[in-house]
Design a protein around this ligand. Structure first.
Ligand SMILES: Cc1cc2nc3c(=O)[nH]c(=O)nc-3n(C[C@H](O)[C@H](O)[C@H](O)COP(=O)(O)OP(=O)(O)OC[C@H]3O[C@@H](n4cnc5c(N)ncnc54)[C@H](O)[C@@H]3O)c2cc1C
Length: 400
């Protein structure tokens, strides 16, 4: 196979057009460089993932003008869930910022901004390898059955949890794989079958369930939330539902059957949840992992390529914060042709931040564990959270 070589030298090649890669590229462009984004998929994924950005990253998106022209608004909720607990933020006088937005919508907004700032995004272009020397990185790309090479001063792997960039660098990704499984779907519940108030829903035949936070039973937990809360265009009656229970030897799947979802709900709730129409149903087994290094020479990792978390709420925030920090440092290096060692500050700043977020989410995850150990931990936490200083500290950690 002949390999075409693009002779031009790019400032930065970003592998992956998820939220981290798009934000990184948009910020680099705002600082005057011309990043190139290569994305393996030919079109954006429609799989529902996160429903919002929690913490500082939301404020930074607004401050940098990345939400301008959209209807997206950063809000300060009065209450927010931490595992099965609710932090009363109003009482704590703790500013936790939230940008309620489906991840797909956020990606659209970031892509619009990036393109408006002059970023080129090449879809259907997969990074398949690279080599680096003292002055640049040569990236091998596969697109439509042919291979080509790109030369760039810096390469950033924003290519997700299974990062080819990380693996190619041989960077270890230590951590743990969860012993439980999470099943996720969007379901429709007949409006006549539910009575709702601000904090919960009473579902016919099931009883009262909290919204947005795990409802624990001795067999696991069920979290339910109206999609309308983060996507105003969604119809009433559409909910996201997550079940969480021990996994045994079950494997994760992107094509979870409605029967398997029903069975999981029945095992945990002890009764049938009356829904019809499950879509985007899948199961995931959470991992809690962090790359040992975020940088090797002229190649960097950011977002899920650098860390994955076992509980929701932090992954997007931390990945977006990586992108902002790295864009600032690369912009300086590109302009000043700075000493490469100054880029070490990225690892120094973001690796500890990732480690802290891992700890916060692992505790959050442990608080949702069924059984006696989980009960004991929840009992202890309940006492601790009565102390406002402790509760405020947790809110601050979530803010990042
Ligand atoms: C079901 C689910 C629910 C979630 N819920 C939450 C939540 O509630 N809160 C939260 O904060 N987070 C949540 N997350 C996590 C969140 O979605 C991720 O943290 C986020 O997508 C990470 O963004 P990223 O840009 O780093 O990586 P990704 O979004 O994974 O993007 C990586 C991109 O790189 C591309 N790519 C991969 N390999 C290559 C290659 N070799 N060459 C070129 N391109 C490549 C991929 O196609 C992809 O587009 C959830 C995730 C899932 C799956």
């Amino acid at each position: 196979m002949s390999i075409q070589t693009d002779r031009s030298l790019h400032d930065v090649v970003v592998a992956g057009a998820g939220p981290t890669g798009l934000l990184l590229a948009a910020e680099l462009a705002a600082a005057g460089s011309r990043p190139l984004v290569i994305e393996a998929s030919t079109h954006p994924s429609e799989m529902p993932k996160a429903n919002g950005v929690v913490g500082r990253a939301a404020v930074e998106l607004r401050r940098r003008g990345l939400l301008n022209g959209s209807r997206l608004r950063v809000v300060r909720p009065r209450r927010f869930g931490y595992g099965p607990f609710t932090l009363n933020l109003g009482l704590l006088r703790s500013p936790l910022h939230i940008l309620p937005v489906p991840q797909r919508r956020l990606e659209e907004q970031l892509e619009l901004c990036a393109v408006a700032r002059g970023v080129t995004i090449l879809r259907g272009h997969e990074l398949i390898g690279f080599e680096q020397d003292d002055t640049h990185v040569t990236v091998r790309v596969s697109a439509a059955g042919s291979e080509s090479e790109l030369r760039t001063r810096y390469l950033v792997g924003c290519d997700g949890a299974h990062s080819r960039v990380r693996k190619h660098l041989g960077i270890a990704f230590p951590g743990v794989t969860d012993s439980s499984i999470t099943r996720i779907a969007r379901i429709t519940i007949a409006t006549g079958a539910v009575v709702r108030d601000r904090r919960g829903i009473d579902i016919r035949g099931v009883g009262w369930l909290s919204l947005f936070r795990p409802n624990l039973t001795p067999h696991g937990s069920v979290t339910i939330a109206p999609v309308h809360a983060f996507d105003p265009s969604a119809p009433a009656g559409l909910y996201t539902v997550r079940t969480h229970e021990p996994r045994g030897d079950t494997a994760a799947t992107d094509e979870l059957s409605t029967d398997a979802l029903r069975a999981s709900l029945r095992r945990i709730l002890g009764t049938e949840l009356p829904f019809f129409d499950a879509h985007a149903a899948r199961s995931v087994i959470a991992n809690s992992r962090q790359a040992e290094h975020y940088r090797s020479g002229r190649v960097f990792l950011a977002g899920d390529a650098a860390h994955v978390f076992s509980a929701g709420g932090s992954a997007l925030n931390v990945g977006l914060a990586d992108a902002i920090a790295l864009a600032e440092r690369l912009a300086v290096a590109l302009h000043a042709d700075a000493d490469l060692s100054r880029l070490d500050g990225y690892q120094g700043e973001r690796h500890p931040a990732g480690r802290r977020a891992l700890a916060v989410t692992r505790v959050q995850h442990a608080l949702e564990t069924a059984g006696e150990s989980g009960d004991a931990l929840r009992g202890m936490f309940e006492v601790l959270l009565r102390d406002r200083t402790a509760a405020r500290r947790i809110a601050m950690l979530m803010e990042g």
